[in-house]
Design a protein around this ligand. Structure first.
Ligand SMILES: [Zn+2]
Length: 241
């Protein structure tokens, strides 16, 4: 099996998504050195506030992987990253288990134009992987209302204003009485997106609300990443027209 994979890597030119090396055996996306680095990174989950849990810190490797998940059409990376996260079995998993059960993982919805472009919502795939790991459920309880225009030139406050009100609830008629809601996204930057999602549940919402993301981007680097991210989203949309 390893032999065939090595041959396939050679024939099809598959490269490690972390370092670009194609001479090593991949698992199927990372070479052994990058796979080991990913496991090390997951021993440093982040808790940007008391309601938010992030599986990995933003590092060059994790940045490349989340970029590949979003822009290189590799949806399988979502469950791969959750399975490789020791935080899901460790600190983050413990935080989730301490919440009222069952857990309802609610993905941040993607705008339909981006969904068409990408073919999948990475937040939904992450929610599914988290639900599998913790015995929870995926619930599409939010909808995106307005198209959030490119935010690259906006300040933090303006970005929060822009995304606030972008989500509306899409609950079942008969709301469940127990459990906890975990809003799932790929990257926690300023927290504006997930805060807008939590606000959409309304002040009367009775269940505990938490946030779980794949990566945490520290505010000092988040502005540049956010700009690059929006630009890439925007470029992707433009190229379709
Ligand atoms: Zn590598």
């Amino acid at each position: 099996m390893d032999f065939f994979r090595t041959v396939a890597n050679f024939v099809f030119g598959m490269e490690c998504l972390g370092c670009g090396n194609s001479s090593e055996r991949l698992d199927p996306w990372l070479c052994p050195a990058c796979a080991a680095e990913l496991v090390r990174e997951s021993s440093s989950p982040a808790f940007p506030n008391e309601d938010a849990f992030c599986l990995f810190p933003m590092r060059p490797l994790t940045r490349r992987l989340v970029h590949a998940l979003k822009y290189r059409n590799i949806p399988g990376l979502a469950s791969y990253l959750v399975r490789r996260s020791s935080a899901v079995k460790g600190m983050v998993g413990q935080e989730l288990l301490m919440l009222a059960q069952p857990l309802y993982f609610v993905p941040v919805p993607l705008h339909h134009a981006r969904y068409r472009e990408r073919g999948y919502n990475q937040a939904e795939l992450l929610a599914a992987a988290l639900a599998t790991a913790t015995g929870g459920k995926v619930c599409r309880w939010l909808k995106r209302k307005t198209f959030v225009v490119s935010q690259t030139k906006l300040s933090k406050d303006e970005r929060e204003m822009n995304v606030a009100g972008a989500f509306v609830p899409n609950f079942p008629q008969k709301m469940i009485a127990r459990g906890s809601v975990v809003v799932v996204d790929d990257v926690f930057t300023t927290g504006a997106t997930t805060s807008a999602c939590m606000a959409a549940f309304g002040a009367d919402f009775a269940l505990p609300l938490k946030v779980c993301t794949l990566l945490y981007d520290e505010p000092s680097t988040a502005a540049a990443d956010f700009a690059a991210d929006c630009q890439a989203d925007w470029d992707g949309l433009r190229s379709r027209r």
